[in-house]
Design a protein around this ligand. Structure first.
Ligand code: T46
Length: 134
């Protein structure tokens, strides 16, 4: 599965903690876009798509949520609850986000600007694209 945790060094002292994000250093791509998801409602499931090319790094700044990640042959579930950890998600991975805590703030760094034509919105289309690539 083309996903991995990236440990983000936290500079902590008696005042608190600080994490710095730098493109092509601790973030493995040029950062073209940042967005964040917050104020999520109970029982919601977001995502439910894959991307043709987009690579992203997801960091929970506050609270927690879970990701279901699926590469067409394997599914894994990951809990994100640590702002010093980034979840790197390559392209052509189906993702669903759920179990958001009330206070969850999920920030995502992306290697490209928003482009609806990069989304694979249907699961069957996703499976077809994975099979054609292999
Ligand atoms: C992803 C997961 C982790 C924009 O206008 N610009 C943006 O950059 C984004 C990401 C979204 N939007 C608009 C499009 C929709 O009208 O915001 C609305 C909600 O987006 P969406 O339903 O795609 O959100 P999620 O939470 O299902 O998925 C998002 C990202 O879209 C996606 O790339 O991997 O978070």
């Amino acid at each position: 599965m083309d996903v991995k945790f990236i440990e983000l060094q936290s500079h902590g002292d008696e005042r608190g903690s600080l994490v710095s994000l730098e493109e092509n250093k601790n973030i493995p791509f040029e950062i073209k876009r940042v967005y964040y998801i917050f104020d999520t409602k109970e029982q919601v499931r977001r995502g439910l798509h894959a991307h043709k090319k987009l690579k992203q790094l997801a960091i929970v700044l506050k609270g927690s949520c879970r990701f279901l990640l699926d590469n067409g042959s394997e599914k894994i579930e990951i809990l994100l609850d640590n702002p010093s950890q980034g979840l790197y998600i390559e392209s052509v991975i189906w993702r669903e986000m759920f179990d958001f805590s009330d206070d969850c703030v999920l920030m995502v760094l992306a290697d490209s600007v928003y482009d609806e034509s990069d989304y694979i919105r249907g699961y069957e289309d996703f499976i077809r694209i994975v099979k054609n690539a292999s």
